[in-house]
Design a binder for this molecule. Structure first.
Ligand SMILES: Nc1ncnc2c1ncn2[C@@H]1O[C@H](COP(=O)(O)OP(=O)(O)O)[C@@H](O)[C@H]1O
Ligand SMILES: [Mg+2]
Length: 253
């Protein structure tokens, strides 16, 4: 394991004002480090502040206190080196699959040949070869998430933040997407922070799992998952880890 820290959150707190004038503490003193090419999964109850934290790391939201650095630089605003995939794919409906995937480098002024070559590589990698000229509304939910993943990879960000990207998918498609994502990550290593509320998904994907508490949320516990990849979710070792973590996991909020 390479121990160069790429994402670093130090003592992050976030308080939202509420309608009645009181303060709502969502995140309190949250610290985490993600090493280069490490796959860390954050797991916690609904409404515990996972998306808020992702938005803070992405530079879309300001922490009330604490600091975030990515690649050693303070995050103060969105930056192309920080790629984000949300539960909602937010694809441009008027653009084709290729149009969506090449969007970032096109906006940066990269030449057509160069950006489309890279876009094609990731379209192929996510299994969408032949769908380049389709529009997103013609694709299933799982395929739309594949476009989202190809798009974020094509931007070649330093880090990937994935916020419950498979949360809207049916169980079958979800398994398939977890397998695909894990395969892509083994081929194209990236520093990943992945958010979920699904323990099986977390153990399938993670080098390390970080458990969050309820609001105001902080780190409850960390688990190193050193099972060989790709993982067999029915293996004894897998089930043993699942049992151990679930003792500590309260996903009700
Ligand atoms: N802009 C905001 N203003 C006020 N409250 C917010 C805002 N954004 C999120 N919250 C509240 O913060 C809590 C955590 O939200 P969120 O980060 O979306 O949680 P999670 O992603 O873990 O489900 C929720 O109670 C939500 O209503
Ligand atoms: Mg969320």
């Amino acid at each position: 394991m390479n121990n160069e820290v790429v994402i670093k959150c130090e003592n992050i707190s976030k308080t939202f004002p509420t309608a009645d004038g009181t303060a709502f503490d969502v995140i309190a003193d949250f610290s985490i480090e993600v090493n280069k090419n490490e796959f860390v999964v954050l797991i916690g109850p609904g409404q515990c502040g996972k998306t808020t934290l992702i938005n803070i790391i992405a530079g879309l939201e300001e922490a009330t206190s604490g600091i975030v650095t990515v690649g050693g630089e303070l995050v103060t605003e969105p930056d192309p080196k920080i790629g984000v995939v949300y539960q909602e794919t937010n694809l441009f409906p008027w653009l084709t699959v290729m149009g969506n995937v090449e969007f970032g480098p096109k906006a940066q002024g990269e030449s057509k040949a160069s950006r489309q070559e890279r876009a094609q590589k990731y379209i192929d990698l996510v299994g969408l070869t032949g769908f380049e000229n389709q529009h997103p509304n013609k694709l299933s939910g799982g395929m739309q998430q594949r476009v989202g993943i190809a798009r974020v990879y094509t931007n070649e960000p330093l880090v990937l933040l994935l916020d419950e990207p498979f949360g809207h998918l049916d169980a079958q498609t979800r398994y398939l997407m977890e397998e695909e994502l894990e395969k892509i990550w083994r081929q194209e290593r990236r520093t990943v922070l992945f958010v979920t509320n699904n323990l099986e998904e977390a153990i399938f994907l993670a080098d390390r799992i970080v458990l969050m508490t309820n609001c105001p949320s902080t780190v409850k516990q960390e688990y190193i998952i050193d099972l060989p990849r790709p993982r067999d979710i029915t293996s004894r070792e897998f089930l043993k880890i699942r049992e151990e973590i679930s003792k500590n996991l309260d996903l009700t909020s």
